[in-house]
Design a protein around this ligand. Structure first.
Ligand code: NAP
Length: 439
């Protein structure tokens, strides 16, 4: 019997479990740990609340979760409640699927001013993550600056722009829905340090800006390269740039009809955040793109801003004793192997790139690597105690473990509490989740 511990119950964790289950069938026991009492990580707390069809992938993870040899072990923080070294006594292989939950820091003066948030915090707030649910960003100002031109920036811009009606069917938490829809915001500037050909926004997500009821995307025609130059772009990016061109073309027609302007500011690198205690403006340097890189031109200007959200990428949270690549912000690893018997997968392995689906081949590839290590004898003799050993340790330590059946009770309570048309009202405090599972 093989015993595998997977740390993290997001997409990378569940795809890895699915792969292990497919390969070894009844010859494997898999425990999926999560520090929270609820599963699915990024699906619950990262994917935008108005993208319910993407969240539907959790049904696939549930299928894996409900197989006999896979177990959810919620409310246990590995590295705090239990160490990796302790897990190594019980499991043949440990897989860190902990994602990249920390914000990359925008290293400019003023980044610690009030009402400046990283996207992990801001997205965590509107998605009801217990760590960020009481963030209480002040949305009473009129201009927000969103830094970065990736899909997370698009999520944040869209969520800041929607009307209450447009959130119908979403699972945005009530506190965020109320704050967002009461906001008088009328200008959202998206800053990109490079140009339209260097954005990381995908076409479908960019196209959604055109459908917003009260906001219109605006692009300056002068920022767009000559259309013939689009031919060299890969097809997805070419489609995204086509959207930017249509934003530039329609600008005059709809400008004025809609309350909120979403302005794309290209070749614009933030150099300082200004304000007295809380942010009031962003100082920006004009750039030009030289050999694909942004270079400052020395010309600067200021954008008034009462709220700043940086959407410039994420870092994995280190775990004591596990080798970490500081520069890349993820575990130090070779194709997923950190040390013999200790592995990483998903964003914790490769950094915060790719779609949810990218984690599937990642998980399947990692299980092949673990299988090869087992075959070659690298992982030592089998015969560890697996979950039985862990359960004894957890009982001795008085850990209040949340099982998948407990989660189903929590989920049921969330369904019952949903406002009309919404799939669920999430519990935002760990104590509420624990109370909902009962004893
Ligand atoms: P991303 O796609 O890597 O975009 C990060 C953006 O931040 C880039 O435009 C980057 O510009 C910019 N940036 C980085 N450092 C900066 C700095 N110091 N100053 C100014 N700008 C800076 O990351 P993401 O948006 O966080 O998304 C993470 C992953 O999740 C991506 O693979 C994304 O596609 C995926 N995702 C998908 C969806 C969806 O499919 N609906 C939704 C959300 C996220 P440079 O290019 O110049 O470095």
């Amino acid at each position: 019997m093989r015993h595998i511990a997977i740390i993290g119950s997001g997409p990378a964790g569940y795809y890895t479990a699915e792969a292990a289950q497919k390969l070894w069938g009844d010859d494997v026991r898999i425990d999926i740990f999560d520090r929270l009492p609820v599963p699915y990580g990024l699906i619950r707390f990262g994917v935008a609340p108005d993208h319910q069809s993407i969240k539907g992938v959790s049904r696939r993870y549930e299928k894996t979760a409900l197989t006999d040899n896979v177990r959810f072990v919620g409310n246990v923080a590995i590295g705090e409640d239990v160490t990796i070294a302790e897990l190594q006594q019980f499991y043949d292989a440990i897989v860190l699927a902990t994602g990249a939950p920390r914000d990359r820091e925008l290293a400019v003066p003023g980044n610690d001013l009030g009402n400046v948030y990283g996207s992990a915090e801001f997205v965590g707030w509107y998605n009801g993550h217990p760590q960020f649910a009481d963030l209480a960003p002040d949305l009473s100002g009129r201009t927000a600056v969103v830094i970065g031109m990736g899909n997370v920036a698009l999520d944040v811009v869209r969520i800041l722009s929607k009307t209450r009606d447009e959130f119908a069917g979403s699972d945005i938490v009530n506190h965020a829905l109320d704050a967002l829809t009461a906001s008088p915001i009328e200008r959202i500037v998206i800053l990109g340090r490079r140009g339209p050909h260097q954005i990381s926004m995908t076409p479908k997500e960019l196209g959604e800006l055109m459908e917003l009821e009260q906001a219109s995307p605006q692009v300056e025609t002068a920022d767009l390269p000559d259309e013939a130059e689009d031919a060299i772009l890969e097809p997805g990016l070419r489609k995204s740039v086509a959207h930017l061109r249509s934003f530039a073309a329609i600008r005059r027609a709809i400008h004025g009809e809609k309350r909120i302007a979403i302005e794309f500011d290209f070749f614009a690198s933030p150099v300082a955040l200004l304000g007295d205690g809380r942010v009031e403006a962003v100082e920006v340097e004009r750039t030009e793109v030289v050999k694909g890189r942004a270079q400052g031109t020395g010309e600067t200007y200021r954008i008034p801003a009462s709220l700043v959200v940086t959407c410039i990428g994420y870092r994995t949270a280190p775990i004591e004793g596990v080798p970490f690549d500081e520069r890349m912000g993820r575990f130090a690893n070779d194709e997923g192997r950190i040390l013999d018997g200790l592995y990483c997968v998903g964003w914790a392995r490769r950094g915060p790139t790719g779609t949810i689906g990218t984690n599937r081949p990642d998980g399947f590839g990692l299980v092949e690597l673990i299988a090869a290590d087992m075959e070659s004898g690298k992982l030592g003799r089998q015969g560890k105690r697996g979950r039985e050993g862990f359960d004894k340790l957890a009982a001795d330590r008085g850990l209040d473990i949340v099982t998948f059946q407990d989660w189903k009770k929590i989920e049921e309570a969330e369904h019952s509490a949903a406002r009309e048309g919404s799939p669920r009202e999430k519990f935002i405090a760990i104590e509420q989740m624990i109370a909902a599972k009962g004893s």
